[in-house]
Write a protein that binds this ligand. Structure first.
Ligand SMILES: [Zn+2]
Ligand SMILES: [Zn+2]
Length: 290
């Protein structure tokens, strides 16, 4: 410090890449470190205005928030009453409920040089953090494991006000959601497969039909709830929809190009009928011929 050429305020370490394409931070006026996100200023803003009612959980969430490097990766405390239209999911997967989040999911819109923050899509999934409420530490450990696993996109954590159970609020199929698959009409997120949203579409399939045998219904519905593509859905087919060895409703097909995929049914197709062992004559399954 011999030469008094400039005034030194201190020393810092710039580990992030400030880049003009990410926009300018409103607070410090420097370029953001990721799209619409300033690593120096933004994490502190999100870490200030919430409480879960449990200090240890608050501190843990704040710790995660301060480390957040992107706007859409911030994990939040989500009050249970902000999650509406809760629907139980019964397909024995890790997802236990779906719901609409009144504050919506964080989304970065726009393109390089002109990004904006948005919160528009509301559908989320919920999964219980199976832990006794008495052990906050165990709960935090459990949640931390899910965060580190990086298997799905986690939006936050909530507590069921009736049961006291803590739940992860997340997008279970995030890794499968791709623009090329089109947008799900129901949840407005990208589909998980061509013209198919694995969370929303199976629910439509299980509705509005019955074989008049509860066990058969349950079995088919179990397959339907797990269906990963429109064409792979197994259906109950009324015998009167079969004409000779033909299925009048036609086989399910997805067609189109990367701009837009659509679902339709090929007008009637030939099928083979096989009677299942141990069944009455009426219980058969169909396979397509050719
Ligand atoms: Zn800043
Ligand atoms: Zn959907």
């Amino acid at each position: 410090m011999k030469v008094e050429k400039y005034r030194i305020h201190g020393i810092t370490q710039n580990t992030e890449t400030e880049c003009f394409q990410n926009g300018t931070c409103e607070h410090c006026k420097r370029f953001n470190t990721s799209p619409v996100w300033c690593q120096s200023c933004d994490p502190w803003k999100s870490a200030q205005k919430f409480t879960s009612g449990n200090e240890e959980i608050d501190n843990f969430i704040k710790e995660l928030q301060i480390k957040a490097t992107e706007y859409d990766k911030v994990i939040e405390w989500i009050p249970f009453d902000r999650l509406v239209n809760r629907k139980e999911i019964k397909n024995k997967s890790e997802v236990e409920f779906m719901a609409d989040w009144l504050d919506c999911i964080r989304i970065i819109k726009g393109e390089s040089g002109n990004y904006t923050r948005s919160r528009t899509i509301s559908r989320v999934e919920l999964m219980k953090l199976h832990c006794s409420q008495a052990s906050t530490l165990k709960l935090i450990e459990n949640f931390k494991n899910h965060v580190q696993l990086d298997k799905y996109r986690i939006h936050g954590i909530t507590q069921d006000t009736e049961t006291g159970e803590y739940m992860i609020v997340f997008d279970f199929y995030h890794q499968k959601r791709k623009p090329i698959n089109g947008i799900c009409e129901d949840c407005k997120r990208y589909n998980t497969y061509l013209a198919w949203c694995q969370l929303c579409d199976p629910w439509r399939e299980v509705q509005g039909w019955t074989s008049n045998d509860k066990d058969i219904d349950d079995c088919i519905k179990e397959f339907q709830l797990k269906a990963t593509a429109y064409e792979n859905v197994i259906e109950w087919i009324h015998f009167d929809r079969l004409e000779g060895p033909k299925q009048i409703d036609g086989k399910r097909i997805v067609d189109g190009d990367s701009e837009r995929y659509t679902r339709f049914r090929k007008t009637s197709c030939e099928v083979a009928i096989k009677t299942l062992p141990g069944s009455q004559k009426s219980d058969s399954f169909l396979t397509e011929v050719g």
